[in-house]
Design a protein around this ligand. Structure first.
Ligand SMILES: Nc1ncnc2c1ncn2[C@@H]1O[C@H](COP(=O)(O)OP(=O)(O)OP(=O)(O)O)[C@@H](O)[C@H]1O
Length: 252
């Protein structure tokens, strides 16, 4: 077995004494698709934020390809090849879909995310940006400002931006949320297509997406790992069934 590309040991995060994530050991194998699932409030987003440097852990260690990255700021983690989809649309609401992708392509060249005086520069990335938008089903929305895109199309734009960064490890936070069946299928196909030579970690509520994509599934509950395994194994585990039923009852 090759060493995991991304590894967590004893990872924890407390918010004013509340243990949002605790004692998490995680091994993300290189070139795999690894899903993080669990009921609402299980700690999936917090774990994502820890893995990408957006939150500093209260305990534990994170290594990337064997190197300790614990506590590094997000831009350093990103430069080491870890990219995540994030709510870009809240950052640049008036910037078009094409410019968003162009900016990400530019960021990869080391020019950063500067977008003042950048129109000329962004032209260099025009063709590649349009290709990526076509990949995620946004060919017709290239010039539309991000704020004007419907929710599911914003998620598609986030995916195009993350792909433009061409990361070794791609973390996707609910990539299909708010999408219709056709766009979900397109997103599954796209993730399959981009995965060779890449590791994908996704938080996903849609179990059919998880079944279609994930080599490995980690189920979180109340901030800790409940079960880990292949999809079928995890799905049939009584502890997982109870965890989800518990949530359903609590929702009523
Ligand atoms: N910044 C914060 N301050 C205080 N508590 C927080 C903070 N962020 C998350 N939490 C709490 O930590 C717990 C885990 O939250 P998290 O968002 O990581 O769960 P999740 O599994 O991503 O949930 P969901 O599926 O609903 O997005 C929740 O109880 C949440 O209220």
């Amino acid at each position: 077995m090759p060493p995991p590309i991304l590894q967590a040991r004893g990872l924890g995060k407390q918010f004013r004494g509340f243990r949002a994530v605790h004692g998490v050991d995680l091994d993300i194998a290189a070139d795999s698709v690894h899903a993080l699932v669990g009921p609402n409030g299980a700690g999936k987003s917090t774990l994502f934020n820890l893995l990408t440097g957006f939150l500093r852990p209260s305990a534990g260690r994170i290594t990337l390809a064997g190197a300790d990255v614990t506590g590094l700021p997000p831009e350093r983690v990103a430069r080491l090849g870890v990219a995540r989809s994030f709510q870009i649309t809240t950052l640049f609401p008036q910037v078009s879909a094409r410019e968003h992708v162009g900016l990400a392509l530019q960021a990869r060249t080391g020019l950063g995310w500067r977008f003042w005086r950048s129109e000329g520069r962004l032209d260099r990335f025009r063709d590649r940006a349009l290709e990526l938008l076509d990949d995620v089903g946004l060919a017709d929305a290239a010039e539309v400002p991000a704020a004007a895109l419907a929710y599911g199309r914003k998620r598609a734009l986030e995916l195009a931006v993350a792909l433009a960064l061409d990361p070794r490890v791609l973390l996707l936070d609910e990539p299909t949320a708010g999408m219709g069946a056709e766009d979900i299928d397109r997103t599954i196909a796209l993730i399959r297509r981009v995965r060779p030579g890449r590791t994908v970690v996704l938080v996903e509520h849609n179990m059919s997406v998880v079944r279609n994509l994930a080599d490995r599934v980690t189920v979180l509950q109340r901030g800790a790992v409940l079960v880990e395994g292949g999809y079928a194994e995890v799905r049939a585990d009584p502890r997982v069934i109870t965890a989800y039923l518990g949530e359903t009852h609590a929702d009523r």
